[in-house]
Design a protein around this ligand. Structure first.
Ligand SMILES: Nc1nc2c(c(=O)[nH]1)N[C@H]1C(S)=C(S)[C@@H](COP(=O)(O)OP(=O)(O)OC[C@H]3O[C@@H](n4cnc5c(=O)[nH]c(N)nc54)[C@H](O)[C@@H]3O)O[C@H]1N2
Ligand SMILES: Nc1nc2c(c(=O)[nH]1)N[C@H]1C(S)=C(S)[C@@H](COP(=O)(O)OP(=O)(O)OC[C@H]3O[C@@H](n4cnc5c(=O)[nH]c(N)nc54)[C@H](O)[C@@H]3O)O[C@H]1N2
Ligand code: SF4
Ligand SMILES: [Mo]
Length: 732
């Protein structure tokens, strides 16, 4: 790991201890008060809002000096951030100052992808879009316009699209991210783990991270709680082919062979069952199909798992016993980005089952019961009904997909089946970076009559658009309320801190103006966003004025655990925790997860793995000058012995994948002991190729380019992307 990441992590670790101490003594309140008083004395203005550098939505307080954005800090009243932002949130200042920002609406003047643009007015841009949408509707029906979005900023555009009659709306956060995990947990407990995850990390006595790299994955609350758990002496068990930041805190670090987690999970469960270490009362009371589950596990001795995982039987036994020792306060973290190898829903289901054996679901130090406040939605007219249905999962090919599949919409756009898709509205997602197989995304784009991209910068996807709409950043706009489902419920406001520097507009304005141009004014009975927000808040006995002042209002604390009086409820067919799943069996799948060996890849190649940097978010922060200064390009982690044998330590290399695709740009080799010899690793989101991103273009290599293959999860359509292999070609 870099020195930088280590230091950052330690800072967070120290900071959280301070925040906790402050809350315990009630000092949090007086700190906030003191801050506001001293700010006024200096003639500064502070504005509470919530962060959008990632989707954790920490509550923040921005300080403006003479109209210039100066800094962003955590809101001490916020149960999520506990008054501390992660380095990205603090660096959010740079989102406002980003030199690569789009300044005006753009329309292409030449062929798609040739990067020839003309600046137009908002009226021209929205008029063109509305006209095209009406033509598509007349010829193909409104279902032929699809929407892709990521994050809360998409709310109003989705509302306009639904009012128009669109039904195909998807986000990469399902099939490319947490979908398999959510489905694995839903199949087992009848409920997902949510976001923020309902993980009680702070109270865990034993925390198992199996490919969840907290510390690099900077989801704020979790990292703070992780530091707290470490500080409290919790046993940490980390499974990762790479020695992650989390691994450096671990009592047991298991460098398992990539793609073999399921074998390890089955062996752990085998030990816990055969040694009688599981929570018998809990399983007897809440479990369904336990005997059939045990029968399936019998073959999975640690000796059987060893050749698959590379983890010694004695280590498997010792870690299983460690988990059992601390139950029910043993949390096997569900992870978040779970679309890896194509067997991911079953892998996540195995994680759920291990938690079930340990009795941690619903228990302190395991998974708590989250709550949210009642804030009614705005009363809109009903949306038009579609007789056609959606295109992303025809004939329920993936029977357990619980949200729409981006890649399914893409497939339909290419094939024209089950019906043609002719327009894409893309909001705050960079499909060329987020979806596997860029060639397929481009093939789909070539079938469109209309591609609209709403972004803050000229992303790769924007480069292929017909119309590009420049959005105000989160620091310059209102968004919808964040009604948080969390340990402590709260409702929070995002509001403008500073003005947009050019002709950028907020999403709600774009959505409303477009609706008016489409003749859908009835769907916008409110005139200003302030009316909308105040109306919703008054429904909850609050007001916009109060939220503008405080940023958030907290609701009453609710019981969190079964032992506090939460009534166990499982929305599964059996109303119990399903150790054996009849619904999986009926749909032709394994009722208890079964392991299959991953493809080892072509000889002489390395499996391509990727993950997060503590100072960047996906592919969306590389042009942020503050964060680019903290980390300007990615590096390729390569096992030190291998690097020495190949003479590549410190050199720059190009990557070529199994399909002959070579990275456009080279990447510097970081020779390190901290990775297995059979894989390489890089931070996702670098090596931008868009000409509209002059400050980020060509900095490091682009993993998305090399993810030409993926394995689709048969249960729910997730795209396993860790199935690509690369060879290295030295520069020069
Ligand atoms: N190869 C590879 N693919 C991956 C992943 C990976 O690690 N490697 N990770 C997967 C995961 S876990 C996820 S969640 C997805 C993430 O997928 P996406 O959400 O699509 O993430 P980004 O590629 O960062 O694209 C975000 C886009 O939003 C734009 N944006 C930022 N702020 C704003 C704003 O305020 N308004 C508007 N309109 N636009 C804004 C950014 O400029 C950027 O173009 O990707 C998935 N795909
Ligand atoms: N700083 C920062 N934090 C973020 C984000 C960000 O962009 N920046 N993005 C957020 C989002 S959207 C998500 S989804 C999460 C993603 O964060 P995580 O849920 O932690 O998931 P990944 O990024 O896929 O995790 C990659 C880790 O899994 C390891 N790995 C690869 N293959 C295997 C395997 O077969 N078995 C095991 N056990 N490990 C394996 C890799 O070496 C790497 O350490 O992070 C969130 N937090
Ligand atoms: S975790 Fe960091 S980037 Fe994400 S919302 Fe919180 S402060 Fe912002
Ligand atoms: Mo994600």
């Amino acid at each position: 790991m870099t020195q930088l990441s280590r230091r950052r992590f330690l800072q967070i670790a120290g900071a959280s201890a301070g925040a906790v101490a402050a809350a315990a003594t009630g000092a949090g309140l007086s700190t906030a008060g003191a801050r506001a008083t001293s700010a006024r004395a200096k003639g500064l203005r502070t504005v509470p809002t919530y962060c959008d550098i990632c989707f954790w939505k920490c509550n923040a307080i921005a300080t403006v000096e003479n109209g210039v954005l100066w800094k962003i800090e955590g809101n001490p009243e916020d149960p999520l951030s506990r008054g501390r932002l992660c380095p990205r949130g603090t660096g959010g200042v740079g989102a406002h100052q980003d030199p690569d920002r789009l300044r005006t609406p753009l329309m292409r003047t030449k062929l798609r992808g040739e990067d020839q643009w003309t600046a137009v007015t908002w009226d021209e841009a929205l008029g063109y879009i509305a006209d095209k949408m009406q033509k598509i509707k007349a010829k193909y029906g409104p279902e032929a316009v699809a929407g892709f979005s990521h994050g809360i900023g998409g709310t109003f555009l989705k509302h306009t699209l639904k009012a128009y009659g669109a039904v195909n709306l998807a986000a990469p956060s399902f099939a490319q991210c947490r979908g398999p995990r959510d489905v694995g947990f839903e199949l087992t407990f009848g409920e997902g783990v949510g976001s923020p995850e309902r993980t009680d990390i702070a109270n865990a006595r034993c925390l198992v991270l199996i490919g969840s790299h907290l510390g690099e994955n900077m989801h704020n609350t979790q990292v703070q709680e992780f530091a707290e758990a470490v500080g409290n002496g919790a046993s940490i068990i980390v499974v990762d082919p790479r020695f992650s930041i989390a691994a450096s805190k671990a009592k047991y670090y298991l460098p398992a062979r990539p793609g073999t987690d399921l074998a390890l999970l089955l062996a752990w469960m085998n030990v816990i069952v055969t040694e009688g270490l599981y929570d018998r009362d809990y399983v007897a009371q809440h479990g369904f199909g336990f005997d059939a589950f045990v029968a399936e596990l019998a073959q999975w001795t640690p000796e059987r798992a060893f050749p698959e995982t590379g983890i010694e039987p004695e280590v498997i036994r010792a870690t299983a016993r460690e988990m059992a020792l601390h139950r029910p306060a043993t949390l096997v973290h569900p992870g978040r980005h779970a679309s890896w190898y194509g067997d991911d829903a079953q892998r996540s289901r195995a994680i759920a089952l291990l938690n079930a054996l340990l009795g941690s679901w619903g228990r302190k130090g395991g998974f708590y019961q989250p709550a949210s406040m009642e804030v009614p939605g705005y009363p809109y007219p009903p949306y038009p009904k579609s007789a056609k249905g959606k295109v992303d999962n025809p004939a329920k090919k993936y029977p357990f997909a619980s949200e729409a599949l981006t890649t399914g919409i893409r497939d339909a756009t290419i094939s024209g089946k089950p019906y043609p898709i002719k327009g894409w509205f893309v909001y705050a997602t960079n499909l060329l970076q987020a979806l596997p197989d860029q060639a397929a995304t481009l093939a789909a784009i070539q079938n469109l009559d209309l591609l609209v991209v709403v972004d803050v910068v000229g992303s790769e996807t924007a480069g292929w658009a017909d119309v590009v709409l420049p959005e105000s950043t989160y620091l310059e706009r209102y968004d919808d309320l964040n009604v948080e489902l969390f340990r402590e419920p709260f409702v929070a406001l995002r509001q403008p801190v500073v003005d947009s520097p050019h002709d950028q507009k907020p999403n709600w304005w774009i959505a409303r103006e477009l609706a008016i141009k489409l003749g859908l004014k009835d769907y916008y009975p409110w005139k200003t966003i302030e009316d909308y927000l105040d109306h919703r808040l008054r429904g909850a006995g609050l007001s916009l004025e109060q939220l503008q002042r405080q940023g958030l209002v907290r609701g009453a604390k609710q019981p969190l655990y079964y032992e506090d009086g939460v009534v166990p409820q499982f929305a599964t067919p059996s109303q119990k925790i399903e150790f054996y799943s009849v619904q999986l069996k009926d749909a032709g799948f394994d009722p208890v997860p079964r392991y299959t060996r991953p493809d080892p890849g072509p000889p002489g190649s390395f499996r391509l793995l990727f993950g997060r940097s503590p100072v960047h978010s996906f592919s969306r922060t590389q042009t942020n000058p503050v964060l680019a200064q903290a980390m300007g390009e990615n590096e390729l982690w390569l096992n030190a012995a291998v690097a020495e044998r190949m003479g590549l330590a410190g050199r720059r290399v190009w990557l070529r994948n199994q399909d002959g695709v070579r990275s456009d740009f080279s990447i510097k080799v970081r020779a390190t002991e901290a990775i297995r010899p059979d894989c390489v690793y890089m931070v996702h989101g670098f090596g931008h190729t868009s000409k509209l991103l002059p400050t980020a273009r060509g900095r490091g290599a682009n993993d998305a380019q090399l993810v030409t293959r993926y394995v689709t999860d048969p249960l729910m359509g997730g795209t396993g992307m860790n199935v690509n292999f690369v060879t290295l070609e030295q520069e020069g």
